[in-house]
Design a protein around this ligand. Structure first.
Ligand code: TYD
Ligand code: MG
Length: 456
């Protein structure tokens, strides 16, 4: 008979499997992350129990009638948008993020909203006691009896409770605390996390229950990162933000039922998370007036334009290797843009320290903010203040050309809505946009022209 229980070594940060111990993981290059785990080859995730029980038959695509997915609104438009329009029945949603960022708070608020709509919700916590959840709930507000709580970490008992109570939505907080008897290794290890997700997936798909899973991400690799289960779930959302700042960004990374790269902006208040509808206004609050090195750029996240302030500080360097940093954007991109300025504008930057920062702690990597970075650097270097009612967007290429970007109209409309009077944009976009009254458009085709515009 084939041996079903074997042991293998798993990288606790990425899930790489190896027959022998290794110092460094070949998958994610993490050091000292391998832990030996007993693997039951007959376990759910590997035994094929998840395959359809009856004989699988292929069907032609035309014979399938597409049903409109049933979606339930969470009464939080910011979250609904990231989910692609609401919670899809029978979907598995993973919410990842650093500890303390607000995952439990967000989900408890979602539970409250759903329970208020007479939808039965089960909140399973493996981390907090019922009293702790009650304390948190008291900060958030009042709850109806449609929400039931359970403190449990054994997946078999949880499955029993779900089968008995048949809730429509289940929250599992967090996947790292759950365990299944068939796996010998400790909760939080890669095989436990994988197995637990497989069980939850069976419940979700089999019974048509939508399940939210909370997953912690730790850099140390002590707890298995939820990255190993990203491919198993339908939707992956990441909750980001600085724990010391009050706002949080919920970002869609994978979504089988909607577009990714949507963001939802929240603010952590004393009474829970509040939605920030006008993200641009929020990002721009506190922008200095008449300061050089500060410019407003427009980036698009999913379908939504977000205005943000880009700051640069360029000053003389007293070292052979000038110091450069980029906060909130790509460091290499900043270096590249500085090289473009050096070459195409003849600007002496090689002996300058440069610090580029996207104010507000948000991360933006869209190429459309290139022009903003370039103008902020020029403005700081030449000590030129940029009109505070001006915004810009555009991609900058290696020959210093300003290239067109998508969704120019939406960007301009967002700027006009927030009271900006001038917009510097790529020449090609200027010729293509229509219906943008109330804001002056200045088309530029290279960085030289952009410099001329701001030096007036
Ligand atoms: P929490 O949801 O417990 O984080 P996670 O589940 O992601 O680990 O959030 C914890 C933080 O949020 C904690 O530091 C306290 C803060 N908080 C508020 O500021 N206001 C509130 O109303 C609540 C409930 C929490
Ligand atoms: Mg929590």
């Amino acid at each position: 008979m084939a041996k079903t229980k074997t042991s293998a070594f798993f990288c606790q940060s990425c899930g790489y499997e190896s027959v022998k111990w290794m110092g460094q993981c070949p998958g994610c290059k993490e050091w000292n992350s391998f832990v030996e785990e007993l693997v039951d080859r007959k376990s759910l995730s590997t035994s094929g129990k998840l395959k359809p029980a009856s004989g699988a038959k292929p069907v032609p695509l035309s014979a399938i009638h597409a049903l409109d997915e049933e979606r339930v609104s969470t009464s939080m438009p910011e979250l609904d948008r990231v989910l692609g329009g609401g919670i899809v029945k029978g979907s598995l949603v993973l919410i990842g993020g650093d500890p303390g960022i607000g995952k439990s708070t967000l989900l408890l608020q979602v539970c409250r909203n759903l329970a208020a709509k007479e939808i039965s919700v089960l909140y399973v916590s493996g981390e907090e006691s019922l009293q702790q959840i009650k304390l948190r709930a008291e900060r958030i507000g009042s709850f109806t009896d449609k929400l039931t709580l359970l403190c449990e970490t054994d997946l078999d008992s949880i499955r029993g409770v779900i089968e008995q109570g048949k809730p429509e939505i289940v929250v599992i907080d967090s996947i790292q605390t759950m365990f299944h008897d068939s796996i010998a290794s400790a909760p939080g290890s890669v095989s436990q996390v994988r197995e637990a997700t497989a069980v939850l997936m069976q419940i979700a798909k089999g019974m048509g229950i939508s399940i939210f899973i909370v997953g912690h991400v730790t850099k140390e690799g002590v707890v298995a990162g939820p990255r190993v289960l990203e491919h198993m779930v339908d939707t992956v959302l990441y909750f980001e933000g600085d724990r010391h700042e009050s706002y949080r960004i919920l970002r869609g990374v994978k979504n089988r039922f909607g577009s990714t790269n949507e963001i939802g902006v929240f603010e952590m208040r004393t009474e829970g998370l509040a939605e920030v509808e006008n993200a641009s206004e929020y990002m721009l609050s506190g922008k200095p007036k008449d300061a050089s090195g500060s410019v407003v750029a427009c980036s698009v996240e999913g379908t939504r334009p977000v205005l943000l302030e880009i700051q640069a500080l360029v000053c003389h360097s007293y070292f052979n290797n000038p110091r450069r940093t980029a906060t909130g954007t790509d460091f290499n991109r900043v270096n590249l843009l500085m090289a473009v300025l050096e070459k195409r504008l003849g600007m002496q930057l090689s002996d300058c320290d440069a610090y580029v920062n996207i104010a507000g702690g948000i991360r933006m990597n869209e190429p459309a903010i290139d022009l903003g970075i370039v103008l902020a650097i020029i403005s700081s270097k030449l000590d030129l203040t940029i009109d505070e009612h001006m915004i810009c967007f555009g991609e900058v290429g290696l020959s210093g050309e300003v290239r067109g970007v998508s969704m120019a109209e939406q960007r301009i409309q967002e700027a006009a809505k927030l009271g900006f009077s001038t917009c510097i944009l790529p020449e090609v976009c200027k010729n293509a946009v229509h219906g943008t009254e109330g804001i002056r458009l200045i088309g530029v085709s290279n960085v030289k022209e952009a410099l001329q515009v701001i030096s007036h």
